[in-house]
Design a protein around this ligand. Structure first.
Ligand code: 5AD
Ligand code: SF4
Length: 348
């Protein structure tokens, strides 16, 4: 699929035509990765961050944020029930918290793999090369780092670079590949000042980066951020909207462009629409990441507002399995390594 065809789909508003796109994506999903939905137990380890992204509530300058940092013991305890609930993977997510030393994550990775038998995915932002290498050596399987938008001048405005790091965010994504991680990336859909052309280029980049996982969610304004307070979008008709349909278009096109990759139906999608998760899963997605962060911390991981009220994992997982049954799908029983990654390993 070339740029103009991607662009045409992104601008399509006819519901009949869009229905065809979504059905095609669902069929491709079934043929390429099957009916299993892989469950990933997400723990939001720390809400401290050294960066100042203009869109994110965890930005260092948001002094109204009530920060927390979990101990390794708290993280392991939160993950103990995960396997029993059908999750084959733990996802450790955090802001770029300088206080969490390499030894903290190395120890955690070893314990989660050794004691709990789960695959480990990290989502810890732009870490130094030596740090990433240490995590890979400790046994971390996967790494998620969204490139957020392929519009580099825009990214540099809303995600200021650190003087201490010469690498671009995309350089880090490529480095993750070289280190042997299964690599996930993605974008926020409808970030103010992204055009349809930008989004079409994002999709082509998913394919060119040879991603094993593609995570996309709608941009959700946070009132205590510069972008939330002053969005300054492009003119109507040029600005990409940040709604559920546009996000589903991106999921569906990502599935068609990268058939065997793993694609989650994200929490942000479920936040903008109560049916968002189910819509994502029936339009190309095959991964669900239930949140296992202890409830006393959950509301403080305040990237964007409006997340559903925290519930006990037992309640969440009962809901997950009911929703999957309704969709005619079932939870995965393996670690859920991406079929794309597995094929790449075989041909290497
Ligand atoms: N709305 C939606 N997603 C956001 N992220 C950060 N801020 C927001 C927001 N306001 C996403 C970014 C980041 C991930 C951890 O959260 O894509 O990579
Ligand atoms: Fe930090 Fe990530 Fe939020 Fe940027 S998006 S402020 S790096 S947590």
């Amino acid at each position: 699929m070339e740029h103009t065809e991607i662009l045409t789909w992104l601008r399509e508003s006819d519901t009949g035509r869009l229905g065809e796109l979504f059905e095609r994506a669902d069929r491709t999903r079934q043929e390429s990765v099957g009916d299993e939905v892989h469950l990933r137990a997400l723990v939001e380890v720390s809400s401290y961050c050294r960066r100042n992204c203009a869109y994110c509530g965890l930005r260092a300058s948001n002094h109204r944020s009530n920060r927390y940092r979990m101990t390794a013991k708290e993280v392991v305890e939160a993950l103990v029930p995960a396997a029993g609930y059908g999750c084959g993977t733990a996802v450790l997510q955090a802001g770029e918290d300088p206080e969490l030393a390499v030894s903290y994550f190395v120890d955690l990775i070893r314990r989660i793999k050794g004691e709990l038998g789960l695959a480990v995915t990290l989502s810890l932002g732009e870490r130094s090369s030596s740090e990433l290498q240490a995590y890979r050596r400790a046994g971390a399987d996967r790494y998620l780092l969204r490139f957020e938008t392929s519009n580099q001048p825009l990214l540099d405005r809303v995600h200021p670079r650190l003087r201490s790091d010469r690498r671009s965010r995309l350089d880090v994504v490529r480095e993750l590949h070289d280190l042997g991680f299964e690599v996930g990336s993605g974008v926020m859909v409808g970030l103010p000042q992204t055009s349809y052309d930008d989004l079409a280029r994002d999709l082509a980049l998913f394919r060119d980066l040879d991603l094993d996982m593609i995570g996309v969610g709608p941009y959700i304004p946070h009132p205590f951020t510069p972008l939330g307070a002053n969005p300054n979008p492009l003119a109507p008709g040029r600005q990409v909207p940040s709604d559920v349909t546009m996000t589903c278009k991106v999921i569906a096109l990502a599935r068609l462009l990268c058939p065997s990759t793993n694609i989650p139906a994200t929490t942000a999608l479920a936040t903008v629409d109560p049916d968002g998760r189910e819509l994502g899963l029936s339009r190309g997605a095959n991964v669900w990441m239930p949140n296992f962060t202890p409830r006393r911390f959950r509301e403080r991981y305040d990237i964007y507002p409006g997340k559903a009220a925290p519930q006990h994992p037992e309640v969440v997982l009962a809901g997950v399995h009911t929703a999957l049954a309704r969709l005619g799908r079932h939870a995965g029983t393996t670690a859920g390594t991406s079929a794309h990654f597995a094929a790449r390993q075989r041909s290497a």
